[in-house]
Design a protein around this ligand. Sequence first.
Ligand SMILES: Cc1cc2nc3c(=O)[nH]c(=O)nc-3n(C[C@H](O)[C@H](O)[C@H](O)COP(=O)(O)OP(=O)(O)OC[C@H]3O[C@@H](n4cnc5c(N)ncnc54)[C@H](O)[C@@H]3O)c2cc1C
Length: 277
Amino acid sequence: MTLTRYAYPATVAEAVALLGEDGSMAIAGGTAASNLPRLKSASLLVDVTRCGLDFIRPESDRLVIGAGVRVADLTVNKLGSSAEAAYLAQCASGISSTQIRNAITLGGNLAYGAAWSDLTIALLALDATVEIAGADGTKQVAIKDFCADAKKAIGKGLITSVSVALKPGIRAQYARFKITDTEIALMAMGVVLSIKDGVIADASVTIGGLCPKPVIAQKVIAALKGKPATEAVFAEAAALAPEDVTIAPNFRMDIPTRARILAVTLRRALVAAGEAK
Ligand SMILES: Cc1cc2nc3c(=O)[nH]c(=O)nc-3n(C[C@H](O)[C@H](O)[C@H](O)COP(=O)(O)OP(=O)(O)OC[C@H]3O[C@@H](n4cnc5c(N)ncnc54)[C@H](O)[C@@H]3O)c2cc1C
């Protein structure tokens, strides 16, 4: 098929109607579109950057971020003063280069679903909810289910926003391991802890970059919950991280080396989260 049309819908409803047409494909920042085999068979590109999705709403109990928001706009100034906002800004500021951060959108990062999609890894640790608009209306999808099958969740629809419930007192850190500053991370992880009277009351840990989809580090989480928030506990839990993920081959570094780096990077992230105020 040959690309013959490029549309700029002005509303989500218009975008959804266009995406319902055969041969259509959504485009946002455009940073991944050329890698997608689907582009070769697309006859209509639906540019979703002008349909009112570039909003950020820091509310008292939740943070709602439009799918059209660029990574460069995920700064604490715009996201608000919560721990969740600081954590998302920390994640966003480490993505690639200024030029790329100016282009990538939240919706594109989620929909592309690369192993290195940092916002997806970070939002999974926050147990976010993804809003998707389709011909049948709007649905809310838990990010865990979205990550399991993003294509199915989106269907012929459009990601419109992501919301995060704000939990008072959480401590969060986003960590990644890179060899050079602007490259895609070899691994990345999201850590969200709730510590009460020195005890880890709740923990959420996600790992990405090492296998096709981000994982929830269940063994690490089990080793943290209910334990004192000490460096020894963090080290013991982090040592279990290589058991939580099936590390895929990568020409840049062998599997045992990445497993060791994972445990060290996660231990540091847990310690940093434990110390965060
Ligand atoms: C050099 C380089 C380095 C990068 N480094 C990193 C990195 O370190 N970390 C990181 O996280 N990312 C990184 N990225 C970005 C990442 O790989 C993707 O390119 C990016 O997340 C895609 O977002 P986009 O807005 O550009 O989407 P597009 O390229 O426009 O679209 C990507 C896919 O998402 C779909 N889509 C877009 N918006 C929506 C929507 N609202 N609803 C439904 N479907 C939608 C499109 O149809 C398409 O299938 C890098 C990219 C480049 C080029």
